[in-house]
Design a binder for this molecule. Structure first.
Ligand SMILES: Cc1cc2nc3c(=O)[nH]c(=O)nc-3n(C[C@H](O)[C@H](O)[C@H](O)COP(=O)(O)OP(=O)(O)OC[C@H]3O[C@@H](n4cnc5c(N)ncnc54)[C@H](O)[C@@H]3O)c2cc1C
Length: 293
């Protein structure tokens, strides 16, 4: 495939996704691109489209399970300075899609801007958090979003209001776009109260989640009436292993990469859990993670 010369040094070939996912598993992407600007991103998107090459966007890779043998595609990672800015205007934060969520929390805390604390410990980028409508302890990032700047797959920039984004439980209409930036609306708070809350949320996580092994957080969405972890535990599946993948002993909705698990180990384990939970409780679990085939 011929890429425009402006994209020289921006595209790697046959790049392993295990380096870019928190599961530390997954096969090779035919093309892996790091655009240096929105202009280069547009060029990438348009060239891929002309060549019928499917595109996927990766943030921190903390909610992605990439198959061991991936179909031919191009994975795009935003990491250039154009996508990592943070600026403040009053209580509004203008933040680039590639900024790590923990960094946003830290900087907002230093500025005395609160509201994001419940997201402490989520290892996402801002773009991934928006697309997934990341949340915890009963709250979601959608409540803080005023607007998002996105690029569509024709390279056109759009500005979407919160309403137009159509947020849902662990999802949003942003999955049809490439998120470039967003505006978050926060509240003035004392630094001490923000820090205390962050500390409290991190402690709760450490007590209830397995953070010492690679994972993608919760594997399944919570069904209407019961948390997925409670159902999996009730079916006696804690500790169950397939190859190097195991159901966490700490949190049954976490699958951990205990010993060089392949993505197919994880997929097999997920399939077994779904069948067992359906058989024993009648409830069909739906994956929260994105499976790239
Ligand atoms: C230890 C651990 C704890 C976790 N705890 C939580 C939790 O409490 N709550 C929660 O909600 N999640 C949690 N997660 C899951 C995960 O962190 C979130 O889903 C997060 O929002 C994913 O962000 P990311 O940047 O890693 O996105 P990725 O995993 O890279 O991508 C997720 C999806 O977003 C898309 N995407 C990413 N960036 C962009 C972009 N710029 N434009 C368009 N599409 C994009 C991808 O294509 C993919 O479909 C946890 C994960 C781990 C490993």
């Amino acid at each position: 495939m011929n890429w425009p010369k402006e994209l020289n040094n921006k595209i790697k070939k046959t790049e392993s996704l295990s380096k870019y996912t928190t599961f530390r598993s997954g096969g090779k992407a035919a093309f892996f691109a790091f655009p240096g600007s929105a202009g280069q991103l547009k060029l990438l998107v348009c060239t891929a489209k002309k060549n019928k090459l499917p595109i996927r966007i990766i943030g921190a890779g903390s909610n992605i399970l990439a198959a061991d043998r991936l179909k031919r595609s191009m994975v795009i990672k935003l990491s250039a300075p154009e996508f990592t800015g943070i600026a403040f205007r009053g209580n509004r934060v203008y933040v680039g899609a590639a900024v790590a969520l923990p960094r946003v929390l830290k900087i907002c805390c230093d500025k005395g801007l609160g509201g994001l604390e419940f997201l402490s410990g989520i290892p996402a980028t801002v773009g991934g958090a928006l697309v997934m409508n990341a949340g915890a302890w009963g709250r979601n990032i959608s409540n803080l979003v005023e607007r998002a700047k996105v690029m569509d797959y024709n390279g056109k920039i759009r500005h979407l209001s919160r309403r137009a984004i159509n947020f849902s439980y662990r999802g949003s209409g942003l999955s049809r776009y490439i998120v470039l930036e967003c505006i978050l609306m926060l509240n003035r708070k004392s630094r001490k109260s923000i820090k205390d809350k962050i500390r409290g949320y991190l402690l709760r996580r450490r007590k209830t989640q397995d953070l010492s092994n690679p994972s993608a957080g919760c594997i399944f969405k919570n069904p209407k009436d019961y948390p997925a972890g409670m159902l999996i535990e009730a079916c006696g599946l804690k500790g169950l292993a397939f190859g190097g993948a195991a159901v966490s002993q700490t949190h049954a909705n976490f699958i951990i990469n205990k010993n060089k698990a392949s993505s197919s180990d994880i997929i097999k384990l997920m399939g077994f859990i779904r069948r067992e939970v359906k058989k024993k409780t009648g409830i069909q679990l739906e994956p929260e993670i994105k499976i790239w085939d």
